[in-house]
Design a binder for this molecule. Sequence first.
Ligand code: FE
Ligand code: ZN
Length: 258
Amino acid sequence: MLLVSPVRAFSDNYIWLIQAPADRGVAVVVDPGDDRPVEQALQQGGLKLRAILVTHHHADHVGGVAALAARHGAAVFGPARETMPCAVQAVDDGGTTDLGHLGLEFSVMAIPGHTLGHIAYVGHGAIFCGDTLFSAGCGRLFEGTAAQMLDSLDRIADLPDATRVYCGHEYTLSNLRFASAVEPDNPDVREALADTGRKRERDEVTLPSTLGRERRINPFLRSRTSAVRSAAERHAGRRLSTDTEVFAAVRSWKDGFR
Ligand code: FE
Ligand code: ZN
């Protein structure tokens, strides 16, 4: 199994640090929005940084890339369809990262919605999905449409249940509060909310999740269930005729949810 650890940044970002299977002393990081906590983690672990993977162009995911790349001579992979504030080797849907020498092979999946060129890195039974799929939630639609986001989540949901989900933020607890407003009778949501509440009281990291778990608790992966559909219709106060309309209604419900 891939060795992955969280590096905390800002108030709720996670920068994922992967230790290369071919050499445990070598690290790859995902979405380093800040270089300082990464430097600290590298120093603590006695690790050499060899590569950086970026999912989308937002500052809290790329802010540390230029400094880290310059200091460590690390290769940087990033989305082909976004204007990046730093130099990257562009990768696009269906492509792969050139990291075979580190024992790593990730395929790239285009998952637009949060931003238009957003990508995920998939491999070793894991997905690094930035701000697209969160545990019990999904990213806001800053650039894309509800139809694009639903399609992206559908693509992610095609991966096996055991796939570990590494997302960009610790949003699990507030997402579960929303999930339980949408599905008050879902026992998996109720249990996840209690469990996550206990974890967060101890300041524990709630990630990675798995796709199997997300299928049970995430209202954005469950928008085709009758429970989520009728909750969305009740909240919108009208009949919603397509899957996209249901998904869009749940997304905008969440936007205003406190
Ligand atoms: Fe973002
Ligand atoms: Zn973010």
